[in-house]
Ligand binder design. Structure first.
Ligand code: NAP
Length: 465
């Protein structure tokens, strides 16, 4: 598929875009490189002023941008509006905190025989961001806000199905006052990413996307020795122990599974329930999943809109077909909707086992699998029985069980009695096939910095160090 806006609610292609030619792409990279030469010298106060202006513009543009996202990838309008608000909050967070997060870090001068020594965070240069369509604003913003506040310049290669949202990002930073070419959107396919990463003027790259895309970028980055951050897929566990508030756990489980129409890396995808409470909890969960309103995402009352792409829908159908063929039981849903567009009914599968693809792969849509376990050891084993290690959710009122999950979860994020979500204040990222590096918080803004060690001796001739 080329670069196009295709409405998943109808399946209609609304607008197509020409990819940049190779010459245009070269020109964009040259402009980014030139922009960095002066932008890196701007003050934190100046960058913060522009970043706050971007946040204000997001607030003002919320209706327009939310509708754009809903049209391009099908998230509900209320979710889209919330995403725009989150982007504004992310801009304000880094506008306020970047200077302190990147302040020089003094080192005990005596220990290193210096007059003064410290670590300084200096910007790296042009950073390429390869981004996915599922949170088309937030994913790009949680790269852009820290990267720009640190003094880097950004090149955004967004997913090919959200070109208008991608172009809006460039427009936003320009209108906010950032100098020309500090943030550019490149309308190109994924076939251009390798050449971009190999270009000497590009210093580093960040990818949020699938594990295969992560492998491709990491292989190139390894060859040219460039820094990368990879935020990849997930198949997060959601574990329910007997001491949990079952009604609350069922309610949150539904949101954790179907948020963003089931297409979130940190959506809970595998629900593991203690045998003592499995019947009761599963009943509550299925009841709530069945009651969700599936329909046009532009309608305020809709809970679940379409899957973003036709391929996404057929992938989901294949996973469910494979599971049912191998003995899974459909407790609700299990089929696409008989209407135009790419709608799949909220689905719960029981009797799921390791040989089913839905256990080992990431289900990117409103499909949940439920398994029971007998004790804490089995809960930990099943929670970690995945190639991924992004988020993990545990419901228990028992302090010892909480400690055990926090200690043993093979995941970048552990949530107790809640669902994994992202906050500007908390580092975000994974282990195993979910990638490496961190976004957000202090960790995120420092990823694309050169940590310069500065050692200073005495300048006068009377003494040498
Ligand atoms: P995807 O196919 O990997 O696409 C993501 C981005 O990578 C797009 O811009 C895509 O460009 C590009 N791309 C694809 N293959 C590439 C390659 N071989 N080399 C370089 N770039 C490549 O992922 P998706 O299926 O659209 O997105 C969903 C995935 O993202 C899920 O696995 C989800 O879990 C993950 N995700 C992770 C996080 C996180 O923070 N960990 C957050 C959100 C989503 P084109 O569109 O032009 O193909």
């Amino acid at each position: 598929m080329g670069i196009a806006t295709v409405d998943p609610t109808t399946g209609q292609t609304l607008e197509t875009f020409d990819a940049l030619s190779d010459a245009e792409l070269q020109d964009r990279v040259a402009r980014a490189s030139r922009a960095f030469a002066s932008y890196r010298l701007t003050s934190f106060a100046q960058r913060a002023e522009w970043m706050r202006a971007a946040a204000d513009l997001l607030d003002a543009d919320v209706d327009r941008v939310a509708r754009l996202m809903t049209t391009e990838m099908g998230k509900t309008l209320k979710a889209a509006k919330a995403e725009v608000g989150k982007c504004a909050a992310g801009c304000r967070y880094y506008a306020e905190h970047a200077e302190a997060l990147l302040a020089d870090e003094p080192v005990d001068a005596g220990a290193v025989k210096a007059v003064r020594a410290y670590a300084r965070y200096a910007p790296l240069g042009v950073v390429l961001a390869v981004m996915p369509w599922n949170f088309p604003m937030w994913q790009a913003m949680r790269f852009a806000a820290p990267a720009l506040m640190a003094g880097n310049v950004g090149l955004l290669k967004h997913a090919s199905n959200v070109p208008q949202t991608a172009l809006y990002m460039e427009e936003l930073f320009r209108r906010a006052g950032f100098p020309a070419d500090v943030f550019q959107t490149l309308l190109v396919g994924s076939d251009k990413v390798e050449a971009l990463l190999r270009d000497d003027r590009v210093a580093a790259a960040t990818l949020t996307g699938s594990t295969p895309a992560g492998r491709a970028i990491a292989a190139t980055a390894g060859d040219v020795l460039k820094k990368t951050v990879l935020e990849l897929g997930g198949s997060d566990p959601f574990v329910v122990m007997p001491s949990a508030d079952l009604a609350k756990a069922a309610e949150v489980a539904v949101t954790a599974r179907v948020q963003n129409n089931g297409q979130s890396c940190i959506a809970a995808k595998r629900f593991l329930v203690h045998a003592d409470v499995a019947e009761e909890w599963t009943r509550l969960f299925v009841e709530r999943m069945s009651a969700l309103v599936v329909g046009n995402p532009q309608d305020e009352q809709t809970d679940v809109g379409p899957v973003a792409t036709e391929n996404g829908l057929t992938d989901l159908e294949d996973l469910v077909r494979d599971a049912v063929g191998k003995g899974a039981t459909v407790l609700c849903g299990g089929t696409r909707l008989d209407r135009p567009g790419w709608f799949y009914l909220p689905t719960v599968l029981a009797d799921v086992s390791e040989e089913m693809e839905i256990w080992t792969e990431e289900a990117f849509g409103p499909v949940a699998v439920v398994r029971t376990f007998a004790d804490l050891d089995e809960a930990v084993r099943l929670a970690n029985d995945t190639q991924f290690g992004l988020g993990s959710n545990f419901w228990t009122d028992d302090k010892a069980e909480q400690d055990r999950f926090i200690r043993d979860a093979e995941a970048g994020m552990v949530t107790i009695n809640g669902m994994t979500t992202s906050y500007p204040e908390l580092p975000f990222g994974g282990v195993k096939n979910s990638g490496y590096g961190r976004e957000l918080a202090a960790h995120g803004i420092r990823e694309f910095c050169n940590v310069k060690s500065v050692w200073m001796g005495r300048g006068n001739k009377s003494r040498t160090e």
